[in-house]
Design a protein around this ligand. Structure first.
Ligand SMILES: [Zn+2]
Length: 313
């Protein structure tokens, strides 16, 4: 099979890209994400039509944030777009005239990294995406593992603190409340409130107030060595690494791949994640250790992965 299209549905933009068999993106189109569920379907169709022009396309893969059923056809539940049992595959197939595969966006990103990024050469890979929340993907025995009903790898909602912080999902103490971009901002605000003298660089990057601290300020301040910013990354990394040790107990992969916006900081966050992982890995002195690797494809992993999953049918 030759060229396929991957679609990534973001909060503000929908990206569609033509991808070849080597995972290279030949052309992309971006359209604004409409506010209504029906509008999003229209925008996906429009983006696919635009980017198809001049190419011979064989299939379309769509990565969607939410629960996708085991047939990879229906979005059962998407918290951000308000899709409930949305028959996305049928609707898009009818209008673009190509086979369509729908996949959870974190699964698609994991597949992209496994095939063309940091996971190349590994048969057993667990991916976590540290974005606003925490997403995940499971590849065991060279296969993407979705579970019986298609909704496995929701690592962000593993409860790591009994009666812990309230999560948007309705539960308490979910991992993503402690290891995510949102958690990073909370750590920085707490620390800046307690010791503003250690957050001078961080506060100077925003409007000067603790409430004005944003994720991008923490990244920039950490690169300057701001103590509060660096310590906030370390706190996030402690939780992330401890969680990876638990996932090693479950899946025993040869590699963990850490992606998402938070991982853009590279060793600043990966080094303490590795330390925490080793600290909490059971029997760590007597067993092989999985590698903890930075994702390589950045924001295109989901698009490339969705396109490749569509190619595989
Ligand atoms: Zn939760």
């Amino acid at each position: 099979m030759g060229l396929t299209i991957g679609v990534d549905i973001g909060g503000t933009k929908i990206a569609a890209g033509v991808v070849d068999e080597e995972g290279s993106i030949l052309e992309t189109v971006k359209v604004p994400t409409p506010p209504t569920p029906e509008g999003v379907v229209d925008a996906i169709v429009e983006a696919v039509r635009q980017v198809s022009t001049g190419h011979s396309i064989e299939a379309v893969g769509i990565g969607a944030a939410g629960y996708v059923d085991d047939k990879r056809a229906t979005v059962l539940f998407a918290p951000n777009i308000n899709w409930r049992h949305e028959a996305l595959k049928d609707k898009v197939e009818q209008r673009v005239g190509l086979p369509v595969v729908v996949e959870n966006d974190a699964n698609a990103a994991a597949w992209g990294e496994y095939r063309f990024g940091a996971g190349q050469g590994h048969s057993d890979v667990i991916c976590i995406t540290l974005g606003t929340g925490l997403g995940g993907g499971i590849i065991i025995g060279n296969k993407l593992r979705r579970g019986r009903f298609g909704v496995a790898a929701e690592f962000g909602h593993i409860r790591v603190v009994p009666d812990g912080l309230l999560c948007g999902c309705g539960s308490q103490g979910c991992w993503e409340q402690y290891a995510s971009g949102r958690a990073l901002v909370r750590y920085a605000k707490q620390r800046a409130n307690a010791t503003p003298e250690n957050a001078a660089a961080l506060l100077a990057l925003g409007d000067g107030t603790v409430d004005g601290i944003e994720g991008r300020h923490i990244s920039a301040a950490a690169r300057q060595g701001d103590p509060v910013a660096v310590d906030s990354f370390r706190e996030l990394a402690r939780w992330a690494g401890a969680g990876l040790a638990d996932l090693a107990s479950l899946f025993d992969p040869s590699a963990f791949i850490v992606g998402g916006g938070v991982s853009d900081e590279g060793e600043l966050v990966l080094d303490p994640i590795r330390k925490s992982f080793r600290r909490w890995l059971i029997g760590g002195d007597w067993r092989p250790h999985a590698q903890v690797l930075a994702a390589q494809l950045g924001g295109t992993a989901g698009l490339v992965g969705a396109a490749d999953l569509a190619r595989q049918g």
